[in-house]
Design a protein around this ligand. Structure first.
Ligand SMILES: Nc1ncnc2c1ncn2[C@@H]1O[C@H](COP(=O)(O)OP(=O)(O)O)[C@@H](O)[C@H]1O
Ligand SMILES: [Mg+2]
Length: 268
């Protein structure tokens, strides 16, 4: 009997995507967390994210941003801003203090990763990312719904559970007048299909949600995949009842036809 696979290993699915030369440019650079990895990433990127390797619904995420004015940035003299997804505090400190704080926060008790930060495009001054629901009822993947998730003020993550607001995708993209929203939506659709094909065939999936992002220059990025995505609340929030009904219909069709069960088999 087929069992719904629960894929929650960012390093593992990134590795699958990095094998595909068409998709790999859209995957932010990601390393297993270590002090050396954090230092290396901060020497290359102005912003980095430290987060758990498994799906955590926006919990336990840290953002470290170089806020020094001088160019080129010398790490020794640099100042960094440290923000958390799980508390309001913001710290400005030296590299040594950043390292001490991050190591202390994550306690190295779980596998964490350090990732190139994407400078997310904004809506009303707040960063947003994109949630795309993908289904494969027969031979082909299809987009069953998509929306933008606009971060709550002061929050560094765009998870709905962390207060982000769901908004219609076209509305949010059109608001960024320097971006070509029609072109972006076509590219996003293409990329979502390519990624679903790659992940779906590797992990044997027929339902998945992709978290993608557009940066301030209009470049698309892959942030993460969810094999057991929540969608009802988010899609109801944008008032698209037709989309919700469609998603439920396709989902139920897949669950019945392929005997997806509620018990989850974790793919390591
Ligand atoms: N590299 C990054 N650059 C910019 N924002 C990021 C990055 N990684 C995560 N985020 C923000 O944090 C949110 C949660 O990160 P994600 O990797 O999806 O972890 P989780 O499994 O906790 O949902 C993303 O939706 C995005 O808003
Ligand atoms: Mg996520």
């Amino acid at each position: 009997m087929a069992v719904q696979r629960y894929v929650s290993n960012k390093m593992k699915y990134n590795k699958v995507l990095l094998k595909d030369p068409w998709i790999s440019p859209y995957v932010p650079e990601t390393l297993w967390f270590s002090v050396t990895a954090l230092k290396d990433m901060l020497s290359v990127y102005p912003t980095v994210f430290v987060k758990p390797n498994s799906n955590h619904r926006g919990n336990q995420i840290l953002r470290i941003r170089n806020v020094s004015q001088q160019e080129p940035r010398s790490q020794k003299k640099s100042l960094y801003e440290l923000c958390y997804s799980y508390k309001k505090e913001v710290k400005t400190c030296s590299l040594e203090e950043v390292i001490e704080e991050v190591v202390n926060e994550i306690k190295l008790n779980e596998k964490f990763i350090v990732q190139q930060g994407i400078d997310l495009a904004t809506f009303g001054g707040l960063p947003f990312d994109l949630r795309i629901l993908m289904h494969k009822p027969e031979e082909r993947w299809q987009i069953s719904g998509w929306l933008a998730r606009v971060a709550k003020k002061g929050q560094i993550v765009t998870n709905h559970i962390r207060g982000a607001k769901a908004m219609p995708l076209d509305h949010v993209l059109k608001d960024n007048s320097h971006l070509n929203s029609t072109d972006l939506m076509i590219k996003l659709g293409d990329l979502a299909h390519q990624i679903s094909q790659a992940l779906g065939s590797y992990f044997d999936l027929r339902i998945l949600a992709l978290d993608m992002a557009v940066d301030k220059n209009g470049k698309l990025w892959f942030i993460e995949m969810n094999s057991d995505p929540m969608f009802r609340k988010m899609f109801k929030e944008i008032g698209n009842k037709e989309m919700v009904a469609n998603v439920i219909h396709i989902r139920n069709y897949i669950i019945k036809k392929y005997k997806y069960t509620k018990s989850k088999k974790k793919v390591k």
